[in-house]
Design a protein around this ligand. Structure first.
Ligand SMILES: [Fe+2]
Length: 899
């Protein structure tokens, strides 16, 4: 750690003795471009110790997929960066320049030399250049450099390596940043070497650079931000609607109010709407210029870019066009075989001029792949895992229960501790909302034990979607959706599987909320119309669970809550800061994917509103539920304890007794959690040798204050925030952030297509209520149960949209970086001990992979594979996977929320 190697210290001493004051006059750089400060102070020592330092610069030209700027790309040939196009200037980490505000002394300006070679594939476009610095030995080791781009377009600077700094050896700079032409910045672009240090340990000559860089990243707080800007700032979710188009298009502002609190998003600074000055104007339909700080945009140019374009195309071209064709053109599914045609043969798309227009407007190969419009007008999707081996096992009660432990939303089920289940809704407002399920409904099905015994022996469980939904149900049911609040009771059997006992479907009272819920209880039945009614009851549960999953478990509890941490980290922690280096890999692409989501998924009329049952109330419902969000409960052990799924007990691994031993999400999750926690502890303990260093770390304290008071500002008065006064606070907080961004997101994201790609298994919408005996619908249910089922759940058109979306969202990128991997490996830090700790982390994750595969093959663990024969791999780390094979693998924990 630190900059003072022994030889440097000796050198510094000898310099002091020699009193070399042989400073030459200021040598200004060729371009006096008005940059603040440093350009005018290009001092160098003119003593006899001048040496040549050879360097290698690795960079990437403009994003080759940026088709809008194809012309510029063609003009922008690699060799043009040579000559005087790009200059670099080293900064001493040892000697300050009194005439330049005590910033580190600057070396002589050097330029990119010849293009060395193309080092990777054509598409990646990475290239290496040589550079030769004149460096006065007496200036010691360089700790930073300044780069100026005099060229006419930007490039992505990856690394700079100095091969042999006199008395020191190699010095590495990991940059990973877009460098725009100098006139785009009001400051110099500074990059620091890969030394890691706390603010108080920063070499004095670098301190100002460190502080100034953070000031630059925080920005001025005003004005519209442009493509090249690097400003991280906060805003409310006030850009989801289009109030200027009328009331139907307006949406609630989320964040900044008691009724609708929300995590902050990145500020873009666009102009306000005319109708509502508090709302931000949305971008035009086909605009691709959603501002995110430049280095948050996908910098890698393989699959993620395709995904971005596919998402944009889906939302902005395909979706409106399909809608303009109209729902009528699409039929109902007639049978489950009809649904299967989506995956087996493809279903015909409508013809006619409008669809021709759609076909022509599909801009990208991937989307053509997605909407497999091959001339036969067939829309075809890959076979989802849940029906790959067995076409009907999804309908079994065992699978229904198993997916609560190993499906795409395994984070809701809880242990029932009182019977009948009680509601926590305000009785004065909502009346009696307690469950109407009675012993008589369920005991005959409980393998000979009573409810009391089952509760006492930790065998009763509940999937409770009652309280979350009931307050919004009246509004939701005023739309085309016809839904219930649901409670599902389950019994843990001796073989470790869950047996559903009863489903309660509840509606608000027709005469007003305070009259309480109107509920009906359904119990398992296999045959006849009762069997069909039971299947429908399970479908309503699946609808509530899939809506809650998409909105809360997935969007709110991972994507949305992480963004404020990203903003605060970049504003308050220097790239030299150990915690920045720890967290940065877990923030890759998240602001970008969230910005895309605001543009086409969660906006008014976006894909989410069109395909998920709460419709236009979806996002404001998520704001109401954010009131329940508690940072410290996001870590897995705390979450399991809160849901009663684990009981603290030091005799068990991880100190937790899992009440369902075969709970794949929890079993694998605890292994991953523990590996992350150990890694974070090892890493933090190296830099923070005692608690005082945490308290005294000015950047860390500013960071945490900002997370609490700005990023999650609507929660600033909560008492549960860790105080960030001890190493334990720091380790706990960083472990939670990494867990949420990596494993938690993977668990709730990549199972979407495998389980919900077949909509009958996880329908997203219901269009009518449970048929009452004596009605035509009931008769239909009796005679033709599959048709009645399909008429109740998601319609064909929404199915196509929904399945298209989750197919995109469930894909792993080909350049995915999994937990236990780093794209800046091994140069991310120069400190050996943290590198070794990281290696231990990777090794442990690889061992977990073996264990998961072993358990999946062990027949004792029935919930790991289930009747549908889909092994649980959503928390398989893939730390050992460098194959660059992406796609619908249903496996692997990426470091960050990138899709
Ligand atoms: Fe996601």
């Amino acid at each position: 750690m630190g900059f003072g190697s022994r030889s440097e210290t000796m050198q510094r001493l000898s310099e002091m003795c020699c009193v070399k004051i042989n400073r030459k006059a200021i040598e200004q750089e060729d371009h006096g471009n008005g940059n603040n400060g440093t350009a005018a102070h290009n001092h160098r020592n003119g003593g006899g110790g001048s040496k040549k330092i050879r360097g290698t610069v690795k960079l990437m030209k403009k994003n080759v997929l940026d088709m809008n700027d194809m012309k510029a790309s063609l003009l922008d040939r690699i060799h043009e960066l040579c000559g005087k196009g790009v200059s670099l200037q080293l900064v001493s980490a040892v000697h300050s320049d009194p005439s330049n505000g005590l910033r580190g002394k600057l070396g002589k300006v050097a330029y990119l030399e010849k293009w060395i070679r193309k080092i990777t594939s054509l598409t990646a476009g990475e290239t290496e250049f040589g550079v030769t610095f004149d460096w006065d030995e007496s200036m010691g080791v360089p700790g930073a450099f300044i780069v100026r781009n005099h060229h006419h377009s930007q490039f992505y600077l990856k690394t700079v390596t100095l091969e042999d700094v006199p008395g020191h050896g190699a010095v590495k700079f990991v940059c990973n940043s877009w460098v725009y032409p100098s006139h785009r910045y009001k400051y110099d672009r500074v990059f620091f070497s890969n030394k890691t240090c706390l603010p108080c340990q920063t070499p004095a000559p670098l301190l100002k650079y460190r502080k100034e860089e953070l000031v630059n990243l925080r920005g001025s707080g005003s004005g519209e931000l442009k493509e090249w800007d690097r400003v991280y700032d906060y805003a409310y979710y006030n850009d989801l609607g289009k109030p200027d188009k009328g009331r139907d298009h307006a949406r609630q502002i989320l964040g900044g109010s008691e009724d609708f609190p929300y995590p902050r998003r990145g500020r873009t600074g666009r102009k306000p709407t005319k109708t509502d000055p508090n709302c931000e104007r949305r971008l035009p339909l086909l605009s691709l210029d959603i501002y995110v700080p430049r280095d948050e945009r996908f910098s890698h140019i393989k699959f993620s870019d395709f995904l971005a374009y596919a998402l944009k195309s889906l939302g902005q071209v395909v979706l409106p066009e399909i809608y303009s064709i109209g729902n009528k053109t699409f039929n109902e599914f007639d049978s489950f075989e009809d649904v299967l045609r989506l995956y087996e043969g493809g279903i015909p798309l409508p013809s006619g001029p409008r669809f021709g227009k759609l076909k022509n407007r599909i801009p990208w190969e991937l989307l053509k792949e997605l909407v497999r419009n091959d001339g036969e007008r067939l829309l075809k999707f890959p076979m989802p895992d849940v029906i790959k081996v067995d076409r009907s096992a999804w309908r079994t009660d065992e699978e229904f229960g198993r997916e609560m432990l190993a499906g795409v939303n395994p984070v809701i089920i809880s242990r029932l501790q009182e019977f009948p289940p009680r509601s926590k809704l305000d009785r004065a407002k909502y009346g009696n909302q307690n469950s109407t399920i009675r012993k008589e409904h369920i005991e005959r099905n409980m393998n000979g034990i009573t409810v009391h015994e089952a509760i006492r022996s930790n065998r009763m469980f509940i999937l409770n979607h009652h309280d979350a939904l009931m307050p919004y149900l009246r509004l939701i049911n005023s739309t085309a959706t016809k839904m219930y609040a649901t409670r599902t009771l389950l019994l843990l059997q001796d073989d470790g599987t869950l047996k559903p006992l009863a489903i309660e479907l509840s509606l608000p009272h027709s005469q007003g909320d305070y009259h309480g819920a109107v509920s009906k209880v359904f119990t398992p039945a296999e045959d006849g119309v009762e069997g069909s009614v039971w299947q429908l009851a399970k479908a309503y549960v699946a609808v509530t669970d899939s809506g809650y999953h998409q909105l809360i478990s997935h969007w709110l509890n991972t994507h949305a809550v992480i963004e404020p941490f990203i903003i605060a980290t970049n504003r308050q922690l220097s790239v030299m800061h150990p915690i920045y280096k720890l967290l940065h890999p877990h923030f890759r692409d998240t602001m970008n994917i969230n910005a895309l989501a605001r543009q086409i998924l969660i906006n008014a009329g976006g894909v989410l509103e069109m395909t998920v049952f709460p419709g236009k109330y979806a996002m404001e419902m998520s704001a109401v539920l954010y009131k329940n969000w508690v940072f410290t409960e996001q870590g897995l052990p705390a979450d399991l304890i809160k849901r009663g799924m684990a009981i603290p007990d030091s005799r068990f691994p991880h100190g937790l007794n899992l009440v369902i031993r075969d709970y794949p999400y929890a079993v694998d999750g605890l292994e991953i959690w523990s590996a992350i926690e150990t890694w974070v502890k090892d890493y933090c303990s190296y830099y923070y040798t005692h608690d005082d260093l945490v308290r005294g770390d000015s950047e860390l304290q500013s960071w945490w204050t900002e997370v609490r008071t700005q990023g999650h500002g609507d929660k600033k008065d909560e008492l549960w925030w860790p105080a960030m006064q001890t190493r334990a606070d720091l380790i706990q907080s960083c472990t939670i952030i990494i867990w949420v961004a990596s494993a938690l997101h993977a668990a709730v994201n990549f199972g979407q297509y495998p389980y919900a790609g077949y909509l009958p298994n996880r329908p997203t919408v219901s269009r009518r209520f449970m048929p009452e005996p004596g009605t035509a619908e009931y008769e239909e249910l009796e005679k033709n149960p599959d048709v009645a089922y399909l008429k109740t759940i998601t319609a064909q058109l929404q199915t196509l949209l929904g399945v298209s979306l989750i197919e995109i969202l469930s894909r792993h990128s080909t350049d995915e970086i999994y937990l236990g991997q780093r794209d800046d490996y091994p140069d991310w830090t120069s400190d050996e001990e943290p590198k070794q700790a990281f290696q231990r982390f990777t090794d442990r994750l690889i061992k977990i992979e073996d264990r998961i595969m072993g358990m999946n093959q062990d027949k004792r663990w029935k919930n790991r594979v289930g009747p549908v024969k889909v092994p649980y791999t959503l928390l398989y780390p893939s730390a050992s996977d460098y194959s660059n094979v992406g796609g619908l693998t249903g496996k692997g924990i990426p470091n960050s929320i990138s899709i």
